[in-house]
Ligand binder design. Structure first.
Ligand code: SF4
Length: 460
């Protein structure tokens, strides 16, 4: 019989419960984002306008039925909760290896509820959960990468994210920034979209989760193993040899930059720019790979391996030693580049790196920065910023947002609330209170329907 095993973690009582969801319910609601997590969230999260940062909100961190078994793009981990950005249901997902390690440890999902008295992190070793103090890694300098490393080290690992599943929040999550996300191993996988899932984790004083060990063999749980393997092998063969896969492996999702630009669908200047931005070649992946050393990586067991991780070694935007690579995607590159008029690849990559380290959703961050520029140009915000203006000013604002410092406190509320606060809600382009991603619906009309009808803004 197929079951879904949940570890329920009550942070208020420091109490763990194991629960099993049986097959009859799983047939109605598959695991992962839209099914079981949505069903349980609707059942368990109190209704009636509770504050999403109240301890009564819950985090459902769920794998899907194929996570850790099948090999094409199935190693996703989903986070479902009530969003602090817009107050309603949301989900956010990331790739990497977390779902594999979670399932191997014996659990298919985690439900995190309540609130700890002091910062803690959760350790699950061979299926045995334990809470450990995290006061020493809470506040200030403890970025996503640094927190991941120390959690690994404290538990006897080298700083190698491929050896265990780790989920952490950065300063933005701790500071309850409404556009913060959760960083997953391995290497800057991010549950970013969805509106502040990192802040929900921060509100519970949960800094991170480490999971490893276990002996569960998922393939033994398949109802018809031989049939599944035959179908899976066939799919893998076809996808692995497909031309699109080859392009994705070589250039990653940012191969879209030139394509979307060529059809006039690349949003820019807070969705206010019309036609094409002059030249986006320097932030296209073809250019970036030609000019910067880039590692190529993939999520657990995925033969596509689309992840591009360039390094900036020198110049004003060079990464520090502990921040070696940036995991880069098309939407991140658009959002923190052309969206705000920036086509300097080094500035763009550095902003992406900062967003990942500080724990911010790159898309919402770019939208919020774009809103800030437009409000400043309208004389509503006293900031010295412009489209494609001083890159240092943008870097400064990113820190301000993550630490809710000064004007950053307003920007930490996201683009919609920022526009409303400064009296220009008409400048907001979004859906369900969240800014739009990297496809202009005026040129790609199908996206307009998707944005309008999605239960939260689409795309990763
Ligand atoms: S490597 Fe790329 S295609 Fe494969 S699961 Fe990860 S993000 Fe998806």
């Amino acid at each position: 019989m197929t079951v879904f095993r949940i570890l329920r973690v009550d942070l208020s009582r420091e109490h763990f419960t194991e629960e099993v969801i049986k097959e009859d319910l799983l047939k109605k609601f598959l695991g992962g984002r839209g099914g079981l997590a949505a069903y349980l969230a609707l059942k368990e999260i109190p209704r009636g306008g509770i504050d999403p940062l109240d301890p009564s909100n819950k985090l459902f961190i769920f794998s899907g039925p194929l996570s850790g078994i099948a090999t094409i793009s199935s190693s996703r981990i989903n986070v479902t909760t009530r969003s602090p950005l817009n107050g309603v249901y949301t989900h956010s997902n990331a790739g990497g290896n977390f779902s594999y390690w979670l399932r191997r440890s014996g659990y298919d999902g985690l439900i995190i509820e309540g609130k700890a008295d002091e910062p803690v992190y959760l350790v699950i070793k061979d299926g045995e959960p334990k809470l450990k103090p995290a006061k020493h890694i809470w506040g200030g300098k403890w970025t996503g990468g640094a927190s991941t490393k120390i959690i690994l080290e404290e538990n006897g690992f080298p700083p190698d994210e491929t050896k265990a599943g780790v989920a952490v929040i950065g300063p933005a999550g701790e500071n309850l920034v409404k556009i913060s996300g959760i960083r997953f191993s391995d290497y800057e996988r991010f549950a970013g979209r969805g509106g502040g899932v990192g802040a929900v984790m921060g509100s519970k004083l949960l800094k991170g989760i480490l999971v490893w060990g276990g002996t569960r063999d998922l393939s033994k749980e398949l109802v018809d193993r031989a049939k599944f393997m035959k179908v899976n092998t066939d799919i893998v063969k076809r996808i692995a040899t497909h031309d699109t896969t080859k392009v994705l492996h070589k250039y990653g999702t940012n191969v879209l930059m030139n394509i979307i630009q060529s059809i006039g669908a690349l949003p820019h200047y807070n969705f206010g720019g019309t036609g094409k931005l002059k030249d986006v070649t320097p932030v296209s992946e073809e250019y970036i790979k030609d000019h910067y050393p880039t590692e190529v990586h993939g999520c657990y067991n995925c033969p596509i391996g689309c992840t591009q991780m360039p390094i900036i070694k020198s110049g004003p935007f060079k990464f520090s030693v502990t921040e070696k690579y940036v995991k880069q995607e098309y939407e991140n590159t658009w959002s923190l580049g052309p969206n705000i008029g920036i086509t300097d690849p080094e500035a763009d990559l550095k902003y992406q790196k900062l967003a990942n380290e500080l724990g911010l959703d790159t898309i919402s961050l770019g939208n919020t920065l774009a809103m800030a520029v437009e409000l400043a140009k309208n004389g509503k915000l006293n900031l010295d910023v412009d489209w494609g203006g001083d890159p240092g000013a943008i870097e400064y604002l990113i820190y301000k947002i993550a630490y809710r410092d000064g004007v950053g406190d307003d920007l930490a509320e996201g683009d919609y609330r920022l526009a409303v606060k400064y009296g220009m809600p008409q400048l907001f382009s979004g859906s369900r209170g969240q800014g739009l991603p990297a496809y202009d619906p005026r040129a790609l009309k199908g996206f307009a329907i998707a944005y309008y009808t999605a239960n939260r803004v689409v795309t990763t």
